[in-house]
Design a protein around this ligand. Structure first.
Ligand SMILES: Nc1ncnc2c1ncn2[C@@H]1O[C@H](COP(=O)(O)OP(=O)(O)O)[C@@H](O)[C@H]1O
Ligand SMILES: O=c1ccn([C@@H]2O[C@H](COP(=O)(O)O)[C@@H](O)[C@H]2O)c(=O)[nH]1
Length: 260
């Protein structure tokens, strides 16, 4: 039976593991970065867009670093599922815009209209069973914890209006415990695990090739079978925790198509 709606790819992994960067590199490999936003067939959706709207009390907690943004309850899974359902039935969906500096949603939204492929990235996109059932391919970006922490500190200071002490306090109180308890256990649901994130050009090339095939197949002829060992290229093999990419990766950064 022909598939309907977009091909949904969930991209999970710890904070600052490179989820967004991996998605941007895939977009770049597909030539989507040169196309106007509204015309793109492949889009990136961020789970951060679906943080719950905080009550006044929760906002006060967030301001004094006592709110847990890494717990599954912080996300509005109902809205996530209804958004994906809408897109599946061919309807446009309004996507909230999240502001990390104010911990709140902006008034504006972004309209997503009939994308072919949605790369849905976020720390807990593989957490909910209901959501997992809507994903046609599930990826886990597996980057070691000290690399992630270093990147998180640098990024949060540069982009999210934070100080080093507060990033580290939040990491110890919430980010690390939630990674161990809720995020890491979702790795077992991944079809493909990407060791080293955006440095793993082999993985990114393979995944991009797979997506290219989908985008180039007319919608009426597409079939969305989940990734099966027999359908994947030969340098991906089954393991107890999903499928692992076995080949080593070129260290030559000049091959990379990292966006700036
Ligand atoms: N392979 C890499 N090499 C160097 N810096 C990277 C790499 N991957 C990601 N980064 C940087 O680390 C930070 C977090 O990456 P990002 O892709 O936003 O992670 P996530 O979406 O998982 O939180 C960003 O500043 C990004 O530019
Ligand atoms: O208001 C907020 C909302 C979230 N966070 C932190 O963001 C990360 C998730 O985003 P990544 O891009 O995947 O790192 C999560 O660990 C939260 O702690 C925040 O600090 N403030």
């Amino acid at each position: 039976m022909a598939a309907t709606g977009p091909f949904f790819i969930g991209v999970a992994g710890g904070t600052a593991s490179g989820k967004t960067t991996v998605c941007e590199m895939i977009m770049s490999q597909l030539g989507m970065n040169d196309i106007d936003h509204k015309e793109r067939k492949v889009v990136i959706l961020h789970q951060d867009s679906f943080y719950k709207v905080l009550t006044r009390e929760q906002s006060e907690d967030a301001a004094r670093e006592a709110y847990n943004f890494d717990h599954p309850d912080a996300f509005d899974y109902e809205l996530i599922v209804s958004t994906l359902d809408k897109l599946t039935s061919g309807q446009p969906a309004e996507i909230p815009i999240y502001n990390f500096k104010t911990h709140s949603r902006e008034k504006e939204t972004i309209l997503l209209d009939k994308p072919d492929v949605v790369l849905f990235e976020g720390i807990l996109v593989l957490y909910s069973e209901q959501l997992r059932k809507l994903l046609h391919m599930k990826l886990f970006v597996d980057t070691d914890a000290d690399t992630r922490l270093s990147r998180r500190v640098l990024r949060d200071i540069a982009e999210r209006n934070r100080q080093v002490e507060s990033v580290l306090r939040q990491y110890l109180a919430f980010v690390k415990p939630a990674f161990d308890e809720y995020i890491l256990p979702t790795k077992k649901y991944a079809d493909v695990i990407i060791p080293r994130g955006a440095d793993n050009l082999v993985a990114i090339n393979l995944i991009s090739q797979h997506i290219k095939k989908i985008v180039n197949t007319p919608a009426s002829k597409r079939s969305y079978a989940s990734a099966q060992a027999s359908h994947l290229p030969s340098d991906i093999s089954a393991s107890s925790s999903g499928l692992e990419l076995k080949r080593s990766v070129s260290k030559d950064k000049s091959e990379a198509v990292r966006p700036h």
